[in-house]
Design a protein around this ligand. Sequence first.
Ligand SMILES: [Zn+2]
Ligand SMILES: [Zn+2]
Length: 349
Amino acid sequence: MEGNMKVVIKEEPGVGAVIGTKEIPKVGPNDILVKVMATSICGTDYHIYSWDAWSQKRIKTPRIMGHEFAGEVVEIGKNVTRVKLGDIVSAETHVVCGKCELCVTGKAHICKDTKILGVDTDGSFAEYIAIPEENAWINDPSIPPEYLCVQEPLGNAVHTVMSGEIIGKSIAVVGCGPIGIMAVAVAKAVSASKVIAIEVNEYRLELAKKLGADVVINPMKEDVVKRVLEETDGMGVDVVAEMSGNAAAIQQAFEYIKLGGRMSMLGIPTKNVEIDIASLVFKGIQIHGITGRKMYDTWYQVKGLLASGNLNIDTIITHKLSLDEYEKGMELMKSGDCGKVVLFPNMNK
Ligand SMILES: [Zn+2]
Ligand SMILES: [Zn+2]
């Protein structure tokens, strides 16, 4: 397709981003061109926007940000057979090699040669995005695009919560940012026995409550370890979904996790965290690092959960803005007073 498009782009290193105009991406033989209907702001986008230490190392400018989206397929490469024009797609954001030992043994989500959309390639804060056909997830077009675009982070929550037994188990969700509140909703939807949400921001604790958390704890106001033990007959929780990356929160979680419990870790600490490994050994803890979504097991689980009607996505999406209002979205992410923020490239205001 010829022509230009509106984009939110990081033109050069430093804080912020700008609205710009770029050529509509060219489609390679194995790629598809998607007209973006909705795209949500991820923590990663905020990291890039605020130009933290990780972004400074990883991001090469100019770069169009964004990777969580849903849109209509408007052009396909000559080798494309599975995806059709007019399909409404989202994307698995890990572009993997497909050939290494990990890829061919069902562990493509940890492929060593992973490239990430909107991080290593141009992203979805734009009117159009080109992606490999292989990464396209074909959606049920009757589901609103703002629900479809959040499947990628929802997949992170599903992968974290469901990476071990969960039915009838108690779970602590540590950190209730967008993926944390999704984890609360997922844990309830799949019948965890008790969901304990731990978060310092009151707005987000309130969201966790609305999404069904049985207990909410603000560590600024309460002794977390004591309260979790009280809520679990002194035994501790079966499962911890660690979404915060916060050192003190992680250390506390290892104190209140039950003997033999599972710690699934998605949050990324910015520096090393001191842990008493000996106590973990004696407690028989299982620690599980969660990277992305299983390709494509997690996507089918997400699809099933959306179809079940048991997930209250409407509560998870707290703000709908036009693409031009991306700065307002970034401010919301900074304040923490939001769930998922969705941008619409074609919203008329
Ligand atoms: Zn994301
Ligand atoms: Zn690979």
